[in-house]
Design a protein around this ligand. Sequence first.
Ligand code: HEM
Length: 398
Amino acid sequence: MSTELSVRARATRLLLGLRRAPDPYAVYERLRVLGPVLPVPALSTVVLCGYDVCRHALRSPDFLVPDTRWRDEHTPGWRRHPSMEQYAASLLNVNPPEHQTLRGRSAALLTRSAVDGLRATVEELAEDCVARLVAAVARHGWADAAEQVALRLPTRAICALLDLPDEDAAELGAAMLRNQVVGELFPSEAELNEADQAVRELKAYFRALGERGHPGAWTRFSPGECGLLLQAGVSTTFALLGTALCALLKDNGALAADLAARPELIPGTVDGWLRDRPPSTMVSRVPRHDVELAGVPVAAHTHLLILIAAANRDPGAPGPLSFGHGPKYCLGAQLARMEAIALVRALLPHAGTWHLTDPTPSFTGYVIPQARTLKVTTRRPPAPRTPPGHDRVGRRTP
Ligand code: HEM
């Protein structure tokens, strides 16, 4: 087999294996070392892993997002699913000139000063989520920090942003997880049916809220726009906060102890998680015209997968692409970082006494890999058993 064919075969195998991969980030790293631009004809896509090509495709007006027209031509049948229809019509998936109009509406809600104004609320919410976790652990001996903290905090933050009732956050967060599959590469029919149901329930929720005359920022947006802000703001931040929890609770809270001693290191630590384990691992684009990327010819309208998780690890990367780049740069980057920093601060006093029952949790999703369950307990996990004749790290003793 020629080298080019073998690279294609390996890239195809790696992409197809993502669904079952225990840690998708390891797969992205393996794709990265295969090359900056990887045509994968078997999956009708070209994968971009190099930092320069990824940044170029994110920034250049020659690259569009796959919009409804592109989907009609390339993925027949996609309109069967209301969840896909809503996702495809959302800000994330529209091109100029409609993009500017839709983006302007959400950007007005997420200005720097508006998000600064939310800081005290976000800090209170982080403290409250952690306090509830403390109470649940005290009551039951364990609690699920993924659900109660990593998912609940970003959902409550978006509820605060949109003036949605705080007590609805649990239900809204759960709906976001059911709907998230619309952004995955190979969703199954059953998963899409579940997402359709979540979208129907969400529409009914906003209709009922309107009928009750519930006031606030959410009334300035359509139910689809509110759904997109929830989706974009919850699923990604959920993943980031899960990474934070795993890092802080492992090794008997060693990192947390360091950060408690030097809290000025917290923002940089959050940025490190964002770089090494970016919650949004990939985004899609299509070139308007025939192009050449790192010497590889790519035909107009070909689907491109921009692998942020690979590009961030490119040795030549001057800075991460975790929040995207260019005209679609994330509108919630400031809020997401603020939530993560607030959570780390709220967790520090407890990190040494809490332990994860499974320190290497499995992930759901590979576009946005999330640890959906993170059981914490105050019981120290048993030390690994050392076989006779071995030391604590497993080396034979003389
Ligand atoms: C750690 C958390 C987050 C990460 C990693 C993240 C990542 C991203 C990325 C990579 C994009 C670019 C998509 C593209 O180029 O196609 C994006 C767009 C976007 N993000 Fe975030 N995001 C996060 C949190 C948030 C939050 C909290 C919000 C608030 C509601 C938000 C709202 C949006 C919106 C509205 C867009 C669409 C921008 C556009 O299409 O013009 N994100 N995000």
